[in-house]
Design a protein around this ligand. Sequence first.
Ligand SMILES: [Zn+2]
Length: 352
Amino acid sequence: MDLIPIVAAGRLWLAVGATEAADLRLTQIAPGIHEIRLPIPWEEEIVNCFLFSRGSQVDLLDCGIQTDASVAAVLAAIEEVGGPGATLRRLVITHIHPDHFGAAGALKERTGVELFMHRLEVPMVHPRYLELEQLVAEVGHNLRLNGVPEPDVSALQNASRAMREFVRPGEPDVQLDGAETLELGGRRLRVEWTPGHSPGHICLFDLDDRLLFAGDQILPDISTNIALHPQSTPNPLGEFLESLDRLLALDPALVLPSHGRPFVDAATRVARLHAHHQRRLDQIEALLGEEELSGWEVAIRIWGERTNVWDKRMALQEGLAHLQLLAVERRVTKLADSGGVRWRRSQAEPTG
Ligand SMILES: [Zn+2]
């Protein structure tokens, strides 16, 4: 086995070489912690999930999508790290997006694992993956309010429908508020509630080795999608940026993201993410000028006309998340009535 050392904060973690990992997909991060890399077919991407083992007892953070191959890879990894007959005890979910939560139901059925997730994720599961019609209607209404032209509404409001195929929801056994200390594989991990990407998104922080399991909150190569939509919190970008600062204050030795490779320099990455969003906020404020625009008009001016429905909807909802933070900060004025939501630059307020 080809071992590549990952050195962080004077400590040494060993990782399996990338060439071998392509087949095995299992990497040791620290004693008793392994990363498994699972495929996400529709984006030719990988989601990283983490196994915490003590003897033959294994706990898991995130579980990949629901396909037979992905579930089989998780079950094989559990035996690989825990030995033949290893048992899966706890499954913690960072958030309910398909690549993190999809296989939860299948794993509960197969292993009886206890499922932990933040309580703000729980009410989103049924409308998103089981009884979709009400949410699809709400999304359609929201798209119209934000200026999406009628010919685009139907495609955009139905864009998520296919995702349910990759999710078999499991009922949570433990609902988290954040700030709990969980024991996984004999380690103590503190739950850090980091709303923004999803209302009940959580990270886990290893209190002994200062490892930050960051979920989708801090990714090394891409900027996390932050969207304002009917299931989001009311100011997701503001919450996301605050969450970044809280995580940075933990002074993590190593960041283990859900996508991309582990990295040590959290401060530089967090600074880049702040700068990226600040630039976007300034750009949107500047383009509003004195004009009153819908969210859709803003999205087209920033990102141009997109052809892919996913890209269109993400551009709109990402633009709305920025507009909302600008409105919270009083940099733009948000006008809302039953006919729609429009935005314009704020006039200077009289002082005194
Ligand atoms: Zn996600």
